[in-house]
Design a protein around this ligand. Structure first.
Ligand SMILES: [Zn+2]
Length: 174
């Protein structure tokens, strides 16, 4: 396994739309393993292929209901086919470190996709897990959680991010 480099907001790849995966190849299997390791080493709850610079519709996430780190999951071509309810909660993103804000999401979603073993699945999920997956699917469409904030909050988040980004870059070159 290998830890991959997570792209930060400002990198154009994060604004691109990812392409569907046609089959579970050895290469994709390896990518899923590396994405899972990258997610856990960065203490994330989910990660999309887009964030590691691969424009394929693949997400990995932690099954938070099983306890952190106990049940890593992956989905290819995830698609929300039904959604109900609205909930607000705090969100962050490994591509926008240190920035957090309250985001509105569907409470419950029905999801289709291909699982880790290459099988077509249809699952119903709610709560934090539903939030994580909606966030990761957004990445596959080039959307970041700050895009879902109102204009004032978004501008605030962007200016905070500018500062954090500078600090991170200074750390890297020090
Ligand atoms: Zn994210």
């Amino acid at each position: 396994m290998a830890v991959l480099q997570i792209r930060h907001m400002g990198n154009p790849v994060l604004r691109k739309k990812a392409k569907p995966v046609s089959e579970l190849t050895g290469e994709i299997d390896k990518l899923i393993e590396d994405m899972t390791e990258t997610m856990y080493i960065n203490q994330g709850l989910g990660l999309s292929a887009t964030q590691v610079g691969v424009l394929k519709r693949i997400i990995v996430y932690d099954n938070v209901e099983a306890g952190y780190g106990m049940d890593p999951q992956a989905l290819m071509n995830p698609e929300i086919v039904a959604a109900e309810g609205i909930v607000k909660d705090e969100e962050g993103c490994l591509s926008i470190p240190e920035i957090k804000d309250i985001v509105e999401r569907s409470e419950k979603i029905t999801l289709t996709g291909i699982d880790r073993s290459g099988k077509d699945v249809k699952i119903e999920i709610e709560g934090l897990l539903a939030r994580i997956i909606q966030h990761e699917i957004d990445h596959l469409d080039g959307i970041l959680f700050v895009d879902r904030l109102g204009a004032v909050k978004k501008n605030l988040a962007l200016s905070r991010w500018k500062k954090v980004k500078k600090e991170l870059e200074a750390e890297k070159s020090a």
